[in-house]
Ligand binder design. Structure first.
Ligand code: SAM
Length: 332
């Protein structure tokens, strides 16, 4: 049973045992020995690390100095031939706390805290200036603003089905992106499964950062009944993910590409979904992302036996990023 403890005046996260037992069984079968070290990180919030994504629209040399003094260094730099120079993401080798910035009307935020592995789906998407881009499941907007750090898309369409989260997405965009650019971004509240029919063959790039079992946060569910319910419902996620992918493929122009990502280790929501798509849609082919994985392998630990069009980031002490699954497909 989960109880929130008060230690030294701070609320401490408590592990939800039903979720841990469920993961223990599934991930021991899927990952073998590697699960033990992943579990040790996921169940230890004081080991978690946060990356700091700088906002190019509100640059601050002072902030970069502070980060360096506090032991952060720029990630990804000089490692990727196609890494956009405008993308600046700072990380540290050891867990540190950097305060999140509050929303202030009329003032753009200087940085966004995120899991460094969240940058990988965006890097894999390789958005170029002028390309039409759809972010199918966009709230709260971390990857949308990362895309805008990398390039200036032609059309940029960010979609989020959930009403409250869609408002959160809008607020993120307004906090990071200046006028008039922010007014050129379309934010919609559609069911992503239907966008392919509404907007067929309209986009060069589509990001499907799918709803999934969020391993990290599920382990700390505060409501055991809700956690049990989620675990039962979990089986239905792969069907939703499959439908979102099919819609994304419809929305892509021939020659365009999509990136699928989740923050779970679950094979059923990762490679099984991609394999089913590759089997059932004859108009898509896998895209090799192994060069990108190699280029960032200093900062991340990947599962070794994946195929070339996919990667799975395994959290490890000192590189506590992920879980994050990324796969790339191209429409023929
Ligand atoms: N990309 C976001 C980011 O980087 O900040 C995180 C996205 S989160 C993993 C998945 C999102 O998909 C959730 O906000 C969820 O509400 C949304 N979602 C769930 N079902 C959806 C659907 N049918 N169509 C579109 N979005 C959906």
């Amino acid at each position: 049973e989960q109880v929130e403890n008060k230690t030294k005046g701070k609320l401490q996260k408590q592990i939800c045992q039903v979720v841990l037992d469920h993961f223990e069984k599934q991930y021991t079968a899927e990952l073998g020995d590697k699960w033990t070290s992943v579990r040790d990180v996921l169940t230890c919030p004081s080991c978690w690390q946060y990356a700091i994504l700088l906002n190019k629209f509100s640059q601050s040399a002072e902030l970069e100095n502070t980060l360096c003094v506090e032991g952060y260094h720029p990630a990804f730099q000089g490692t990727l031939p196609y890494l956009p120079r405008s993308l600046k993401c700072y990380i540290s080798r050891t867990p540190r706390r950097f305060p999140a910035q509050k929303h202030q009307t009329g003032k753009l935020k200087e940085y966004y805290l995120l899991n460094a592995a969240s940058v990988l789906p965006v890097l894999a998407l390789e958005v170029k200036d002028g390309e039409d881009v759809l972010d199918l499941c966009a709230a709260p907007g971390g990857k949308s603003i990362t895309i805008l750090q990398c390039a200036y898309p032609g059309q940029f369409h960010c979609n989020e089905y959930d009403d409250l989260r869609s408002r959160w997405l809008k607020q993120t965009m307004e906090s990071f992106i200046p006028d008039p650019l922010v007014n050129l971004i379309t934010v919609s509240k559609l069911d992503g499964r239907q966008i392919g029919d509404f907007k067929p063959e309209l986009y060069d790039k589509v990001l499907v950062d799918a709803p999934c079992s969020n391993d990290r946060s599920w382990l700390f569910s505060s409501d055991t009944q809700q956690a049990k319910f989620r675990l039962v419902q979990r089986k239905e996620l792969s069907s939703l993910q499959f439908q979102l992918l099919r819609s994304a493929i419809k929305a892509l122009r021939p020659g365009g590409s999509l990136v699928y990502s989740t923050c779970t280790l679950s094979k059923a929501e990762n490679s099984d979904v991609i394999n089913l798509i590759l089997k059932s849609c004859t108009n898509v082919m896998p895209v090799d992302i192994s060069e990108m994985a190699k280029a960032v392998s200093q900062e991340f630990t990947f599962l070794s036996d994946t195929q070339q069009h996919e990667l799975l980031v395994l959290p490890e002490k000192g590189k506590a990023w992920g879980p994050m699954y990324v796969a790339k497909l191209k429409k023929i």
